[in-house]
Write a protein that binds this ligand. Structure first.
Ligand SMILES: [Fe+2]
Length: 262
């Protein structure tokens, strides 16, 4: 199964040229599925959401989408508090906890964006007790041989060279929960920085993959790019691509074998 992992499209700040080049590169990859880990827009306007929807349709792939902090109304506080996901649901997806299953993977998305937080920066995120419970229920019947995959917008792991500080409420409990549930792979965005980390112990290791911003001109020291993930029964291989002067180039690649100790 070949999965495209895109994040932080940020329509409203996109380069038109990069949109068409990214679509072309994804079409070339002949993938099976796309995961978009949040921040479809810059300030959550209808126009930005419409552009994001056109892009998703143009991918011509089955997709899983979850919101990011930029997908909640920014300028209209009344709407932010009363109907935070109205536009997201209208244009991107009705489902805030989407899931997908086939013979190889059990995949779930969690919404880590919040309309407000007990922190000066509401761009940060949270994972609640109820969301950890939803993860546990979702993976309760997953057979040992299948890949357990979770996506959320905010990284809950420590990324080396993280370009911004990120606070995620419930971070430690969620890391423990993912470990206890023997989740194999977590896909995140938000920091506009591609990275691969393995976290765990002898019993189980979870791979955390972060994606750069696919299309935004706001590049926190990292080029635009996305990840291509290939999974078979036992192995996972991820290619991290950056867009540079000559086109998309592979900047790093990582492989690992599924933990078989469930
Ligand atoms: Fe974000």
């Amino acid at each position: 199964m070949k999965i495209i992992h895109l994040s932080d499209l940020h329509f409203g700040t996109e380069h038109d040229d990069l949109v068409s080049r990214t679509l072309a590169r994804i079409h070339d990859a002949s993938a099976d599925f796309v995961i978009i880990s949040g921040d479809f827009t810059q300030v959550a306007t209808s126009k930005e959401f419409e552009a994001a929807r056109r892009f998703i349709d143009d991918l011509q792939l089955p997709s899983m989408c979850i919101p990011g902090n930029h997908d909640l109304p920014v300028h209209n506080l009344y709407e932010r508090f009363t109907r935070p996901y109205k536009k997201y649901k209208a244009h991107i997806s009705e489902e805030l906890t989407p899931s997908y299953q086939n013979g190889l993977v059990d995949l779930i998305g969690i919404n880590s964006a919040r309309r407000a937080l007990p922190h000066w920066n509401w761009a940060n995120g949270a994972v609640s007790y109820a969301q950890r419970k939803a993860l546990a229920e979702f993976f309760a019947d997953t057979p040992a041989e299948k890949w357990r995959i979770c996506t959320m917008h905010h990284p809950i792991h420590k990324i080396a060279d993280m370009p911004i500080d990120v606070t995620v409420f419930g971070r430690k409990r969620t890391l423990q929960c993912l470990h206890d549930l023997k989740v194999d792979l977590v896909l995140t965005g938000h920091v506009h920085h591609a990275a691969f980390d393995m976290i765990g112990d002898e019993q189980h290791k979870t791979a955390f993959i972060s994606a750069s911003t696919a299309l935004s001109s706001r590049k926190r020291g990292h080029e635009n790019g996305f990840n291509i993930i290939e999974i078979d029964e036992e192995n996972l291989h991820v290619q991290m691509l950056n867009y540079e002067a000559q086109g998309f180039v592979e900047t790093s690649a990582h492989s690992f074998r599924k933990s078989s100790s469930i």
